[in-house]
Ligand binder design. Structure first.
Ligand code: HEC
Ligand code: HEC
Ligand code: HEC
Ligand code: HEC
Length: 153
């Protein structure tokens, strides 16, 4: 099902040392929206989608990250099968919703979602993910994308 759509994110091949051994990790997503951020200041972020699903409870996990906005109830709800990219709804800036609440920018949407959970897990003493800038925005991740901002004259 959703696995096939990940091809759009690019399948990342990890070269393991000098062994010439190639491990295809088809669940690895490179999060990098230069269409939204234009001049990306930070390196892209590598996100292991399937590992997160596994660790966070399988089908129960989806709602921890995915939602749609219920226009009538004025609240976020999870709808199975309606999981789309965050950039479909979150843009370059925070925006005011008609009901007065705020829809965070794409950067804030990711930061709130990812970092909040990693901190909560850390607090609970559980195995967690990174919450410092350089651990997510790893310099070495630049090699996974074409760096923007260097337009040929
Ligand atoms: C848990 C992982 C995580 C951590 C920790 C994190 N970020 Fe991010 N950040 C992201 C993701 C994911 C994006 C979206 C990247 C994209 O789509 O290009 C992002 C986007 C950004 C962007 C907008 C895109 C760009 O490069 O201009 C900036 C700026 C940024 N982060 C700065 C920071 C800073 C500063 C910190 C530390 C205070 C930080 N981030 C910590 C995951 C993280
Ligand atoms: C820890 C957070 C997290 C969990 C849990 C999670 N996802 Fe995702 N998912 C993401 C992120 C982040 C993206 C990439 C969105 C982007 O680039 O804007 C994504 C992308 C997707 C996409 C591709 C969307 C598109 O249109 O490109 C699908 C489909 C999807 N997820 C389905 C699921 C399903 C089904 C589950 C539960 C079994 C799930 N996800 C659990 C964070 C999560
Ligand atoms: C169909 C549109 C849509 C998609 C897709 C979407 N969002 Fe949202 N999101 C919204 C709207 C609208 C709000 C503001 C809700 C409000 O004002 O009550 C919001 C609010 C948020 C918030 C702040 C509220 C909260 O729950 O803490 C976060 C964080 C967030 N989104 C993260 C994400 C992430 C991460 C993704 C992708 C995995 C994503 N969103 C995908 C529409 C969307
Ligand atoms: C609901 C909780 C939750 C959310 C949301 C979440 N994570 Fe995580 N993340 C975890 C946990 C738990 C681990 C530790 C997994 C393990 O190794 O057992 C982790 C591990 C990681 C790691 C370490 C390497 C790896 O994959 O094991 C990275 C990088 C990471 N997360 C990035 C992200 C990014 C980027 C986002 C937002 C798009 C995100 N996470 C959202 C819970 C979460």
């Amino acid at each position: 099902m959703f696995k096939t759509r990940f091809i759009a994110f690019g399948v990342v091949l990890f070269l393991l040392g000098g062994l010439g051994y190639v491990l295809a990790q088809d669940d690895v997503m490179v999060i990098f929206h230069k269409d939204v951020f234009k001049r990306c200041e930070r390196p892209p972020v590598v996100f292991t989608h399937e590992k997160h699903v596994e660790v966070l409870g399988g089908d129960e996990s989806c709602a921890k990250c995915h939602h749609v906005y219920d226009e009538k109830e004025h609240k976020l709800v999870y709808e199975e099968g309606e999981e789309t990219g965050c950039a479909d709804c979150h843009g370059p800036k925070d925006e005011r919703m008609p009901d007065g609440t705020k829809r965070p920018s794409l950067m804030n949407a990711y930061h709130i979602n990812c970092i909040k959970c990693h901190r909560e897990f850390a607090k609970a003493g559980k195995k967690t993910g990174p919450y410092t800038c350089g651990e997510c925005h790893k310099k070495e991740n630049w090699k996974l994308v074409e760096k923007p901002g260097k337009v040929e004259e």
